[in-house]
Ligand binder design. Structure first.
Ligand code: SF4
Length: 255
């Protein structure tokens, strides 16, 4: 047993697996208490060995609560993380869905999203009270409130308010930032707008985190070059296409 939290994930996974023929992805959230006990790789190995799923995502919790917030990986870990992604693909195990595999998946999918995040554009959150928010991370931030559904009379809905907030999110595009226009990571870079806890989202997109995102992109592309040179490209590409079939849209645009 890894921990109570992972037991809960395992319990739900077992339940889903026995009730559907199409169970191939597990997404879970990583917190500081989990980080103190297990690496993400240990959790990924456990999930793969237990359920043989082909897509595993372990995302850091988005919170300002210091008791839960995960400590960021160090730059020297990037090589190791990229290696882990490639090793699992070449061994035809699973795709570890994260910022280390997205540059590779995006590269081959040839898709490009000029927005950083789909929140408020193709994704919204509706609470039980009928309030609409761009996503759950914006709940309570009134400047991003997208309207309220009156369940007794939905014709009352204020589409103007909804469209105004949605349009504002749509305008937050990479092509509008000079830093992004010349950035090697632009073709895949995604940023969670809900994680930006300040009101002016646009002013807080380009951060020191961009240095890491560029570094990851360079390492992934260098590694890809290495696979081409050592004759393993066909195997890598074949396994990647087989495993990512049908998930590109979901993971390229939503993560
Ligand atoms: S890493 Fe930064 S500069 Fe590069 S595309 Fe992403 S947000 Fe723009």
């Amino acid at each position: 047993m890894l921990s109570i939290e992972i037991d809960a994930v395992a319990y739900n996974a077992k339940f889903l697996k026995s009730n559907t023929n199409n169970f191939n992805t597990i997404e879970s959230i990583y917190t500081l208490p989990a980080q103190k006990k297990y690496s993400k790789h240990q959790i990924a190995e456990y999930l793969y060995n237990e359920f043989k799923v082909k897509h595993i995502a372990i995302g850091d919790v988005i919170t300002e609560d210091e008791t839960l917030k995960v400590e960021k990986e160090k730059v020297q870990d990037i090589e190791k993380e990229v290696e882990y992604v490639f090793d699992n693909i070449i061994a035809d195990r699973f795709i570890y869905l994260n910022e280390y595999s997205l540059p590779l998946i995006s590269f081959f999918s040839k898709s490009y999203n000029d927005n950083f995040c789909t929140t408020g554009i193709s994704n919204i959150t509706i609470t039980a009270s009928g309030d609409i928010w761009p996503c759950q991370l914006f709940i309570g931030r009134n400047e991003y409130h997208m309207g309220k559904i009156d369940f007794n009379d939905i014709t009352n809905f204020d589409f103007k308010k909804f469209n105004k907030v949605s349009d504002n999110f749509y305008k937050i595009k990479k092509s509008r930032f000079s830093e992004c226009q010349k950035c090697i990571a632009r073709y895949w870079c995604v940023k969670c707008l809900g994680a930006i806890q300040k009101n002016n989202l646009e002013e807080n997109i380009i951060t020191s985190e961009c240095i890491n995102i560029r570094k990851i992109t360079e390492i992934v592309l260098e590694k890809l070059g290495y696979y081409i040179l050592n004759g393993n490209f066909e195997k890598l590409y074949g396994n990647l296409r087989k495993t990512t079939k049908g998930i590109e849209d979901k993971f390229l645009n939503v993560v």
